[in-house]
Write a protein that binds this ligand. Structure first.
Ligand SMILES: C[S@@+](CC[C@H](N)C(=O)[O-])C[C@H]1O[C@@H](n2cnc3c(N)ncnc32)[C@H](O)[C@@H]1O
Length: 255
């Protein structure tokens, strides 16, 4: 039994090594929107002195906090529905426990930036969240979010699987994903047309909406699945079918 487990593990590892070698050659894998989000928020939060940044669903880490320029007096307020997740976070200036759909625990027009990474897909009511953000942002303030999109194959499977099974599969096949992946996801309005519509409804100007099609790294453990996914991504990318993208980066401004 132990020998069979070892053989399976080494087979999966060999598949992953080949997938990792292919990845840098793929056009759809060259553009990492999560990195772009971190750089963008890092730049925006140092644009002027004394900005208030609200990191929604801050979780265990604030990925842009290392860009904070101490001379600028930027304040990062982390909001999360889970006190347990926030307890791990040492990057924040302040922590506030709240459900971002029911209300953001910041004053009217207090925030300069309302941002999140891998959080919007976990909200059942994105309309309510956007309404709360419109209230909490100063005029000219920005709403910057990076999120997985609703109609990518991975997200569709995630929506079809029972939530507990989905979480177990992610934690088994993506080592180190606890606290990062596996929270229940709803993908409400999480596609370009849906996001643009809800942002405009609440008076935002959509300045930028970037898409990325790459997500085959989830399937690196089994090469045939990885290659099938890579082929699908190349097709939807060539067709510019942005509502089928895997990841979105949205930047909107409160006029
Ligand atoms: C995948 S984690 C992302 C954590 C962090 N932003 C990061 O990039 O590492 C999602 C986080 O969103 C939080 N979350 C989920 N629903 C929320 C809600 N309604 N209001 C506030 N936070 C929420 C979860 O508790 C979790 O910490």
């Amino acid at each position: 039994m132990a020998a069979a487990t070892r053989a399976l593990r080494s087979f999966l590892n060999a598949n992953k090594r080949i997938a990792d070698a292919i990845e840098p050659r793929l056009p759809q894998a060259r553009h990492d929107l999560q990195e772009e989000y971190v750089d963008l928020v890092g730049r925006l939060m140092n644009e002027r002195d004394g900005l208030v940044v609200v990191d929604v669903g801050a979780g265990r880490r604030c990925h842009f906090a290392h860009f904070r320029d101490p001379a600028k007096g930027t304040r990062i307020v982390g909001v999360d529905v889970s006190a347990e997740e926030l307890a791990h976070n040492t990057d924040l200036d302040e922590k506030r426990v709240a459900d971002a759909q029911r209300g953001l625990p910041v004053g009217d027009e207090e925030a300069d930036l309302i941002v999140s990474r891998s959080v919007v897909e976990h909200l059942e009511d994105v309309d309510a969240f956007v309404a709360n953000a419109a209230r909490a942002l100063k005029p000219g303030g920005r709403f910057v979010h990076v999120l997985p999109a609703k109609f990518s194959p991975h997200s569709v499977v995630n929506q079809l699987l029972p939530k507990r099974l989905g979480r177990r599969l992610v934690h088994t096949f993506v080592p180190g994903s606890e606290g990062r992946l596996g929270f229940p996801a709803y993908y409400d309005h999480c596609y370009p047309a849906g996001l643009r519509r809800v942002l405009r409804k609440h008076g935002f100007e959509v300045e930028e909406l970037q898409v990325s099609y790459y997500q085959s790294d989830y399937y690196g453990f089994f090469l045939p699945l990885y290659l099938a996914s890579v082929g699908y991504e190349l097709l939807v990318r060539a067709a510019r079918a942005e509502n089928l993208a895997a990841t979105l980066l949205v930047v909107a401004r409160r006029p």
